[in-house]
Design a binder for this molecule. Structure first.
Ligand SMILES: Nc1ncnc2c1ncn2[C@@H]1O[C@H](COP(=O)(O)OP(=O)(O)O)[C@@H](O)[C@H]1O
Ligand SMILES: [Mg+2]
Length: 248
């Protein structure tokens, strides 16, 4: 697969989604190229998380089309989109605090021996390899997740996502609760994933982060497209104006 073979890797056309009387998304268009890092920005309640949850199938859309590599898809749940290589890392990480790192990475699919016993060697060995690919030093694959810092818990959530070998990774507000060090580490991870050809979406209020790793930024405002820019051709000030005022 090449980046410029025509169709974008992901395309969403004219997406509508309402929650009761709230129109969260009204005719939103979205696209993502192979190996691209897209910053998705906008004020609180603009519809950023909803748009990505519609993509993964966590939410059903009311209208519009979704295409993966040019082919229409209809994901009923994140399990379906996972099969097409799409992973989303939620703001709260969605981990089990009282289980250890290895158990969390392979939650719901612990490797078995003779179809019966959990193959602990394989599980912790594979967990260590995924963390290594991420260049993350979660001290021990046996540590309970609740004993780890926010940054390390996030690494576990990312490791779990990467263990599915995704083509697309969506990060929802990943740096909101991270230390400066952990944020730098995450941005490094994103750059490394890009080198490996993984497409990524980062939802963030921190334009600095998006300008550091992003290729393009897309702005939502109250559920509609409010403009997009190539990072190399814009400024934080310009993007802030789009967030506040929308495209002219
Ligand atoms: N599960 C839900 N039930 C009801 N309303 C929701 C739900 N998810 C999102 N919304 C509403 O949809 C709008 C967009 O929310 P969201 O996508 O979370 O915005 P953002 O991520 O940009 O802050 C908001 O008005 C929010 O309250
Ligand atoms: Mg959100």
């Amino acid at each position: 697969m090449t980046a410029n073979s025509g169709a974008p890797l992901i395309e969403m056309r004219h997406i509508d989604k309402a929650f009761g009387p709230v129109r969260a998304l009204a005719g939103v268009d979205f696209h993502l190229g192979a190996g691209e890092i897209l910053g998705l920005v906008g004020d609180n309640s603009a519809g950023k998380s909803t748009l990505m949850k519609v993509l993964t199938g966590a939410y059903r859309r009311d209208g519009g089309e979704i295409l993966v590599a040019g082919e229409p898809v209809d994901f009923a749940s994140p399990r379906d989109s996972r099969e097409r290589g799409i992973e989303m890392i939620y703001q709260d990480f969605a981990l089990c605090g009282n289980m250890d790192v290895g158990q969390n990475i392979f939650l719901g699919r612990w490797p078995r021996r003779l179809g019966l016993f959990v193959d602990r060697n394989r599980m912790y060995g594979d967990a260590a390899r995924v963390l290594d690919r991420l260049k993350v030093d979660v001290n021990s694959v046996h540590a309970k997740v609740e004993s780890l810092s926010g940054g390390r818990q996030q690494s576990v959530a990312i490791a779990r996502a990467l263990s599915f070998e995704p083509k697309v990774v969506i990060f929802d507000e990943p740096t909101a609760n991270l230390s400066v060090m952990a944020t730098a580490k995450l941005l490094e991870t994103m750059a490394e994933l890009k080198r490996q050809g993984v497409s990524q979406v980062i939802i963030s209020h921190r334009l600095t982060d998006i300008f550091e790793v992003g290729d393009r930024v897309m702005v939502l405002k109250r559920g509609v497209n409010a403009g997009e820019r190539l990072i190399k051709a814009t400024t934080e000030k310009d993007v802030l104006e789009l967030i506040v005022a929308g495209a002219a």
